[in-house]
Design a protein around this ligand. Structure first.
Ligand SMILES: Nc1ncnc2c1ncn2[C@@H]1O[C@H](COP(=O)(O)OP(=O)(O)O)[C@@H](O)[C@H]1O
Ligand SMILES: CC(=O)N[C@@H](CCC(=O)OP(=O)(O)O)C(=O)O
Length: 259
């Protein structure tokens, strides 16, 4: 199997992905790589819950998910964001198929802690064979992070975590977080390379907060498996123009040698 690259498209930028993003996707395929997309949709879920006057809260950065809320999460992620993104990929001339993580037991999950988070899951198993079949046909899977439990409940999985799990399970070489900022910023300055050690310190001193935390955590976990390169890049701008010189933050496990 050729080199697999998992791209996580965050809800913050999924509706505003630049044309360069799709050109880049094409270039990756042309270069013989196999892209797999996992998307989020936090802002769209928020909007829908607010429209329906359903109150929600985040516990440790995860949306505490009730059964009623799960209906909305599934509707938005698998019924709205997912087909919209796969349509755009298809429009760009790339074969893509939108799939819910609960189809074909694609993403199987177990509850993290039902009392604390409700129907929030962590991925326990992935139907990699099905993804490989699609990749062999040059079809880009566009995966919604709604998972299925062995208890047959649906689970809401954080999309960054889901992307990390998919990348590790597939033996992907690269994991790219496509978001609404140019990468990890420190006092407004882009950090081009950050080590896993530095990340711990940045979380502790508040440089990295909120939605960036699950990304760097998934990155650090991914780097302990076969993933060689993790990047955080902006999907809205033209940094994605060139596959070899992507602008953004590269997260590495190697130590920086101090001069
Ligand atoms: N050090 C940091 N550098 C850049 N962004 C950061 C940092 N710490 C926290 N963030 C926040 O993380 C956000 C990206 O995460 P999130 O909103 O969850 O995006 P996505 O929907 O793409 O997953 C940024 O918009 C920014 O507000
Ligand atoms: C458990 C949990 O918090 N799930 C997320 C799933 C979507 C997501 O992660 O979207 P972004 O990538 O846009 O943040 C949520 O309900 O918002």
């Amino acid at each position: 199997m050729e080199e697999i690259i998992v791209l996580k498209c965050g809800g913050s930028s999924v509706n505003d992905l630049s044309d360069d993003f799709f050109d880049n996707l094409k270039a990756l395929q042309k270069a013989g790589m196999k892209p797999v997309i996992v998307h989020g949709g936090g802002p769209a879920i928020k909007e829908m819950l607010e429209t329906l006057a359903i109150e929600f809260e985040f516990v440790d950065g995860l949306r505490r998910t009730t059964e009623q809320m799960m209906d909305i999460v599934e509707m938005v992620l698998s019924g709205n964001v997912n087909p919209a993104l796969s349509r755009r990929v298809n429009e760009a001339g790339i074969k893509a198929i939108g799939i819910s993580g609960s189809d074909m037991n694609l993403l199987q999950a177990t509850p993290i802690d039902y009392e604390r988070y409700g129907l929030v899951g962590e991925v326990s198993n992935i139907n990699v064979d099905f993804i490989y079949e699609l990749l062999a046909r040059n079809i880009v899977p566009v995966i919604s992070p709604v998972a299925i439990g062995t208890d047959l409940n649906r689970y809401n999985v954080n999309a960054d975590t889901a992307a990390g799990a998919v990348a590790s399970a597939l033996g992907a070489k690269q994991l790219l977080f496509v978001t609404d900022v140019p990468g990890i910023l420190q006092d407004g300055t882009l950090l081009e390379e950050v080590t896993t050690e530095e990340i711990e310190a940045f979380i502790a001193d508040g440089t990295i907060f909120g939605g960036m935390i699950p990304k760097v955590k998934a990155a650090m976990k991914g780097l302990t498996s076969n993933i060689e390169k993790v990047m955080i890049v902006n999907g809205k701008q033209s940094e994605l123009k060139n596959t070899t010189t992507l602008a953004g933050t590269t997260i590495t496990k190697k130590m920086k040698i101090k001069a």
